[in-house]
Ligand binder design. Structure first.
Ligand SMILES: CC(=O)Nc1cnc2ccccc2c1
Length: 446
């Protein structure tokens, strides 16, 4: 056991051996169900991913924000029957408050925008990387947490905002070696559904629920979709027309059905023409079946998919012009996306394009005998102050052990502090790749 310095731990000597702390019980060393630890290798991959998220956000002039992982449950209580709501990781805290571990970041971002109110000059371009939670029966053995990168533009009603967001994700994919032949974006607009539903005078408040039902179109049998739509109050004729519209795969075909004057067609055309100017036309395609599973989207929606069709959606987002007002804020237009940390890693594995990340240090510094620990610490500090990474050998170890560790941590060179050399103000240097060895004056170390 580590001596906690309180003397009670590793004490021995005059007072005799320390009392053995009673073994309470062998704790489960695994993390809670559905959650992960990040050991060094996994942490290096995660840091690499997040570094690329942050670099792209910086390139696009977005500012980083963060929020508590714990939020009021009220932030996520939506009546549209979303899966994310059914799996809310919520509970009553000791103050009898209904709270939840956030399942997504957008509501927190909306909350902060409203909180900042007039002090914010629009447009707001914020990004966040945060852990999100869900509670589902472990029968499905799925994870209960993941990290999401979000980018949001608040205060821009024009489709230029969605085009900018898609450009940022394309930039991210390119940075990590994913091309337009690996992935694409399916793009649609909820206004397509809205225009169809309004032809059948479906009540506005049904809109969110209808979208959530349709979002399950690939996941449950078509007849169940029809049943759920009818149960939600959509007429049989409207259901047939809806499903027919959802199968449209081209904007020209959509125009034939909806005409060229409606917002849905106009906005989608704008987006596709902006895509050309941004240079990512080959990355996007119109697909009317895309609705996304969050009730608050109101316009353009998009999702990143792998062209081999083996994986779930890589990322997704869209316009949510009503969310801020439903939280009692002003009527401010908004759009954003979420990009999870799981599917992208599966994709990189599939493509054999995971980055090779390993521990590497510039120096391993070792005292050749015990009373040279002090000088070794001095050498390590000099090198560190020069910005060099140093693994300082902290105990008296045989050289064989030191070489083994040097190899494991990929040390570039071994710095040996020996008493004869030290008397002459020198230290030994061994370049581990070549085996070349020389002595150097302490103040010439660099
Ligand atoms: C593939 C994966 O891990 N998905 C995942 C994992 N945890 C979540 C937690 C909250 C919301 C969505 C989540 C989604």
């Amino acid at each position: 056991a580590r001596d906690n310095g309180g003397g009670a731990g590793g004490r021995s000597g005059a007072l005799g051996p320390a009392p053995v702390a009673e073994v309470i019980q062998k704790i489960d060393v695994n993390p809670p169900k559905g959650t992960r630890d990040f050991s060094p290798d996994e942490m290096r991959l995660r840091n690499w991913l997040f570094h690329n998220f942050r670099e792209v956000s910086r390139l696009f002039g977005f500012e980083e924000v963060d929020f508590p992982v714990l939020e009021s449950e009220a932030l996520f209580v939506r009546k549209a029957g979303e899966e994310i709501k059914d799996q809310l990781y919520c509970f009553e805290d000791r103050g009898n408050r209904r709270v939840a571990l956030r399942p997504e970041l957008t509501p927190s971002l909306a909350r902060l925008v409203i909180q900042k109110g007039k002090s914010l000059s629009l447009p707001v371009k914020w990004f966040a990387i945060g852990q999100c939670w869900r509670y589902e029966r472990m029968t499905r053995g799925r994870r209960r947490e993941h990290y999401q990168w979000n980018m949001d533009i608040i205060g821009v009603p024009d489709v230029m905002a969605e085009a900018e967001l898609i450009s940022s994700i394309v930039t991210f994919f390119k940075r990590i070696g994913i091309t337009a032949s690996d992935v694409g974006f399916k793009v649609s607009s909820r206004k397509v559904l809205q225009e169809v539903l309004s032809r059948y005078s479906i009540r506005e408040d049904l809109f969110g629920k209808v979208c959530i039902i349709i979002d399950k179109i690939e996941k449950i049998p078509l007849n169940d979709i029809k049943e759920e739509l009818k149960a939600a109050g959509v007429s049989t004729e409207a259901v047939e027309q809806l499903l027919q519209v959802l199968s449209i795969k081209s904007l020209t075909e959509l125009e034939e059905i909806l005409g060229d004057a409606g917002e849905a067609v106009v906005e989608l055309k704008q987006l596709f023409s902006l895509a050309e100017k941004f240079g990512y036309s080959e990355w996007i395609q119109f697909d009317a079946s895309i609705v996304r599973g969050l009730a608050y989207y109101t316009g353009i929606v998009f999702e990143g998919f792998d062209r081999d069709g083996k994986l779930r959606a890589i990322c997704g987002g869209g316009r949510y012009d009503r969310l801020l007002s439903t939280f009692g804020g002003d009527d401010i237009p908004a759009c954003g996306f979420g990009f999870g940390d799981a599917v992208i890693v599966e994709l990189l594995k599939e493509k054999g394009r995971l980055p090779a990340l390993s521990l590497q240090v510039d120096n391993i510094v070792c005292a050749l005998d015990h009373d040279l620990q002090g000088p070794a610490a001095t050498v390590a500090t000099i090198l560190r102050e020069k910005g060099q990474t140093v693994d300082l050998v902290l105990e008296n170890k045989p050289l064989k052990w030191v070489f083994k560790r040097a190899a494991r941590i990929n040390a570039e060179r071994l710095i040996l502090v020996g008493s004869a050399e030290w008397q002459r103000g020198m230290v030994g240097v061994k370049i581990l790749s070549s085996g070349e060895q020389h002595e150097i004056k302490l103040d010439e170390l660099e």
